[in-house]
Design a protein around this ligand. Structure first.
Ligand SMILES: [Zn+2]
Ligand SMILES: [Zn+2]
Length: 258
């Protein structure tokens, strides 16, 4: 039987794509894309996430404040997320939130405060968090240690194997994207190899991080099929089997209907 794997893109930014979302989703559907989670990064994009959730049945959303934008995280912005999470069942996560000390676009203190506030919000609504952590391993673990318990995913995982082991122990999932296809990403592939399959998620981070062989071109959610094909081959699994595992993992974490 010639089945197409059903792929889920657990992290993309539909409002930043270089083409209309409807076109991108149509192209994705032809490649087996069944669902995607579009991620808010600031107050403006959070509102766009709501729009996409309303327009496309296969699109779900996360609302949050990216660490780059932590300096703009005023109370009314947090309240907006709080209210929306309580009202819209298509909002299945808080984020992306976290710490990014690679680009210092917001002060570390402000990043920490915004991250902590979003972890409390996720706990309050019993929703998972989408965590962005770059060059901030120790600080990220320190925040999680004092925060109320939450479930979630470390998206675009590029931290160390030790970090991976610690967050896996805490029950988090790891999200892998086009980065794992890059020739120089041996360390990321080592983490991928060591990650239990039950904690594996695939994403694109479109429009960023196009996988090989599309590097340098604008990324699209449908390219999760290329990331998936690469990961399947790397792990020695049929693509269909890997897609099914990741599909189930996304259901388990985000609780959307199957
Ligand atoms: Zn990110
Ligand atoms: Zn992102």
């Amino acid at each position: 039987m010639n089945q197409t794997p059903r792929w889920v893109d657990t992290h993309c930014h539909l409002e930043m794509l270089k083409e209309p979302a409807a076109t991108a989703l149509e192209k994705g559907a032809a490649l087996g894309l069944r669902r995607c989670l579009t991620i808010g990064t600031n107050h403006q994009t959070n509102q766009e996430v709501l729009g996409f959730c309303g327009r496309f049945p296969e699109v779900y959303g996360a609302l949050g404040c990216h660490p780059h934008h932590a300096k703009d995280f005023v109370p009314s912005y947090l309240e907006f997320i709080d209210q929306a999470l309580g009202q819209n069942p298509k909002l299945v996560a808080v984020g992306e939130c976290g710490l990014d000390f690679f680009y210092g676009f917001s002060e570390p203190e402000l990043q920490t405060q915004a991250f902590e506030a979003q972890l409390r919000l996720a706990h309050k609504h019993q929703k998972p968090v989408v965590i962005h952590s770059r060059e901030a391993e120790t600080a990220t673990l320190a925040v999680l240690k004092t925060a109320p318990p939450v479930r979630g995913v470390f998206h675009s995982f590029t931290s160390s194997l030790e970090m991976a082991q610690q967050v896996l122990e805490q029950g988090f999932y790891l999200g892998f994207n086009g980065i794992c296809t890059f020739p120089k990403s041996e360390a990321v592939r080592e983490v991928l190899k060591q990650t239990p399959k039950s904690r594996l998620l695939l994403e694109t981070d479109a429009p960023y991080l196009s996988p090989v062989p599309l590097r340098g071109k604008p990324n699209l959610p449908g390219n999760v099929s290329l990331v998936g094909a690469f990961v399947a081959e790397f792990l020695g699994l049929p693509a269909l089997e890997l897609a099914e595992i990741c599909y189930q993992n996304s259901l388990d974490l985000f609780g959307w209907p199957s």
